[in-house]
Write a protein that binds this ligand. Structure first.
Ligand code: ZN
Length: 313
């Protein structure tokens, strides 16, 4: 009897410690992507950067190069997709598409050395609700963010627009202990900045910082290349150019670089010149730019240099 009991315990431990039930539970937890307390207060001199996009691939296009530069210097970056992307395809949808896009996002993050979290809100149905605001407050607090990046709240896509609103709505609440009290409030409000966009009304994007990403442009394209369902299927289908996408992985990766790398606008060029000087600033081919949001900590020049350590002195 005693021996049988001992075997039973051994089998129980083996199953629960190493077997299928534990793995399944872990996968379920990953799928829900709860905020994890992964960051201690940054006493090691490294920055904690968090960026929010509506869909799994939005942050990549606006800040993938800058994120790669942070990661190369040992700073910690987390991209958060506020929806799971489950409406973003012409022939797929629902849970299967959400799972595919979560896997693509995690591969994209792996390629440049950052974390990628996908929140389980439906694509195309995002609203600036209290529940989602609290999800965002918790993400910013748990990352102990120094800098928060997000879209501006004017955009053709309601999910993009509401992501901008939701992050703005979190920009003060992250320091209020009685809001989302299950997650310790920050003692210091982070700096909040907007991604670049091309919308002119009610006001055009007004860059405060522009970062040369010439040294990491291939990494950024590699990151975007991980979003196969978007870059090579959904976005070209919506644009009516699906037949121009090369079929082989090497050809389509080259096509992506040729069609998606982008060039600085005149406003971004002027900001590059301001930070890099005329000679270097005018020579930059690829850049990402950011505008200070008025609702978080407002950085002075010295703080901007601290937050963007790859800007020249
Ligand atoms: Zn999007």
């Amino acid at each position: 009897m005693k021996r049988l009991a001992a075997y039973t315990i051994v089998i129980w431990v083996a199953l629960h410690a190493f077997g299928a039930p534990a793995a399944t539970a872990r996968r379920a937890a990953d799928a829900q992507a709860p905020p994890q307390r992964t960051q201690l207060p940054s006493t090691d001199g490294k920055l904690n950067i968090i960026a929010f996009g509506a869909h799994p691939d939005d942050c990549d296009q606006r800040a993938g190069g800058t994120a790669a530069k942070y990661a190369a210097l040992g700073h910690r970056v987390r991209f958060v997709a506020v929806t799971n992307g489950d409406a973003g395809h012409q022939t797929e949808g629902g849970g299967a598409l959400a799972a595919r896009r979560r896997a693509e996002a995690q591969e994209a993050g792996r390629r440049i050395g950052i974390e990628y979290v996908v929140l389980d809100n439906h694509d195309g149905e995002l609203l600036p609700s209290l529940a989602v605001r609290e999800q965002i407050i918790r993400q910013i607090r748990l990352w102990n963010a120094d800098l928060v990046l997000a879209p501006r709240p004017n955009d053709y896509h309601p999910d993009h627009r509401y992501t901008g609103i939701l992050v703005q709505d979190a920009a003060y609440m992250v320091v209020v202990p009685n809001i989302a009290p299950d997650t310790a409030a920050l003692r210091k409000n982070p700096v909040f900045m907007y991604f670049e966009d091309g919308f002119q009304k009610p006001g055009p994007f007004n860059p405060d910082v522009a970062v040369s990403i010439d040294d990491v442009i291939e990494k950024k394209i590699d990151m975007m290349d991980a979003h196969v369902s978007q870059m090579y299927e959904w976005l070209p289908w919506v644009a009516g150019t699906l037949e121009t996408v090369p079929k082989d992985p090497t050809g389509r990766r080259r096509w992506l670089g040729e069609t998606r790398a982008g060039r600085p606008t005149p406003a971004v060029r002027a900001t590059l010149v301001k930070w890099y000087g005329a000679e270097k600033g005018n020579a930059v081919r690829h850049a990402e730019a950011f505008e200070i949001c008025e609702y978080g900590t407002r950085p002075d020049q010295a703080m901007i240099r601290k937050l963007f350590p790859f800007l020249p002195n």
